[in-house]
Design a protein around this ligand. Sequence first.
Ligand code: FES
Length: 77
Amino acid sequence: MASFDYEHIVCECNKVSLGEIIYAIQEQGAKNLNEISKLTDATSSCGRCKSLQDDFGDPKLKLYVDEILKKFVELDK
Ligand code: FES
């Protein structure tokens, strides 16, 4: 994964930053997309920020919630 600032907006619809998503995973125990969505609202509108496969936008987003989830949930194990 490339390097991103905590302020990087991952979910454009709901203005959810990388830092908020990491906080949901590490401090609030989110372990899947549904839990991140409930805690942060990320992915809850158009859904393109879930994954590259879900990104219908042009240009494509640079970072997706599923990538963040994989990275941090795997680090936790
Ligand atoms: S960009 Fe996240 S729901 Fe639309």
